[in-house]
Ligand binder design. Structure first.
Ligand SMILES: [Zn+2]
Ligand SMILES: [Zn+2]
Length: 364
């Protein structure tokens, strides 16, 4: 049993309560991790405002990096002292989906995960004997956490924790959308809607894949320099079908990566692709949203495909993207906006609510 300070969500809309709770030892295929740094992103905010159906109390945080302190029975890939990146897309390795190579859809892990539980349908966090739930199987806003082995990826010493703590979610999602979900071919043309960390990662992955034209859309002009540096050839404040046709010989792009995924952007994303082109829905829509879309576009063999976590397997894909980083192909500097201590996590939440951005949480 470990005592750990953790940021706990008690009720929808409430500020996070930072206090000491109990964490039991890792069970089979689980790992106890001492957190070095965590990343705060929109999914945490969605949980706070109540867009998710997690039971509470809940230890938030779904990305971060740390050091392995203890391994449970059957853990083969990790040992004490390993530096690791955490990912919420852990998987069992032998269910229907895992056997098809779709580890990001692994139901053995996803079902309990959605209920705030680890894969054996129990929690490790508790307070006075009462269970506290795990957010996305990660719960990185805690000095210590217990995660499933496949949601814990070893990284080498050359990767600083500042960087390791923020690659496990948006960067994997963006790169995976290009590499796994769409498997974009060399020489392609793309539209990328949204220039946040996911969009920037999509653009960089397209560049690595040898794209000949990348058009990006973001209403915030202050982001345009970063978007261009990532590799966009054209940046527009909104999706202009005229401009996109003009740039593509009149018929539209091969792919649109829609990181916003509202009814409006998805309609325009569909209009922006050429016949038989593909819209990859990278953003996550509101769980109850219903959209109206013109079926004639599908008759023209245009497609919309979903992309969950960039269809990524963290164990396979996180080392690959860190290798891109080491080779200078992938730029990961400037991804974070600021850093807060765990005790000041509510200030970080406010900053994110008001101005967006990406914050790291430190434990000292
Ligand atoms: Zn599985
Ligand atoms: Zn995230």
């Amino acid at each position: 049993m470990t005592r750990t300070r953790a940021a706990i969500l008690e009720a929808k809309g409430a500020p996070l309560s930072v206090r000491e709770v109990s964490l039991s030892a890792p069970k089979e295929r689980e790992v106890l991790v001492k957190m070095e740094m965590a990343g705060l992103c929109r999914s945490d905010l969605n949980a706070i405002v109540g867009h998710t159906r997690y039971d509470m109390p809940l230890v938030l945080g779904h990305e971060g990096a740390g050091t392995v302190v203890e391994t449970g029975a059957g853990v083969k890939s990790l040992k004490k002292g390993d530096r690791v990146v955490l990912s919420w897309a852990a998987f069992c390795g032998d269910c229907f989906f895992c056997n098809k190579g779709l580890t990001h859809q692994c139901h053995t892990v996803a079902w309990p995960r959605g209920k705030g539980l680890l894969p054996d349908w129990t929690t490790r966090f508790s307070e006075n004997g009462k269970e506290i739930f795990h957010f996305n199987g990660v719960s990185s806003f805690s000095e210590y956490t217990v995660v499933y082995e496949t949601g814990c990826v070893k990284v080498d010493d050359a990767i600083p924790f500042e960087l390791a703590s923020v690659v496990g979610c948006s960067v994997v999602t963006g790169i995976g959308a290009v590499y796994n979900t769409a498997n974009v071919e060399e020489g392609s043309t793309s539209l990328v809607v949204g220039g946040g960390n996911v969009g920037i990662s999509v653009i960089q992955a397209l560049k690595i894949k040898g794209a000949v034209l990348i058009i990006a859309v973001d209403p915030k002009e202050e982001k345009w320099t970063a978007i261009k540096e990532a590799g966009a050839d054209i940046v527009l404040p909104e999706i202009s079908i005229d401009e996109i046709r003009k740039a593509t010989g009149g018929f539209g792009v091969d792919y649109t990566f829609d990181g916003v995924a509202t009814e409006e952007t998805l309609n325009k994303s569909l209009a922006a692709v050429r016949r038989a082109g593909t819209v990859v829905m990278v953003g996550s829509p509101h769980p109850l949203a219903k959209y109206s879309l013109p079926p004639i576009e599908f008759h023209l063999e245009k497609k919309i495909i979903g992309s969950l976590y960039g269809s990524s397997n963290p164990v396979r894909d996180i080392p690959r993207l860190l290798e891109f980083y080491k080779q200078g192909k992938l730029k990961l500097d400037g991804f974070t906006t600021g850093s807060f201590r765990l005790d000041d996590i509510n200030s970080a939440v406010k900053e994110l609510e008001n101005g967006g951005g990406k914050y790291t949480i430190t434990f000292d």
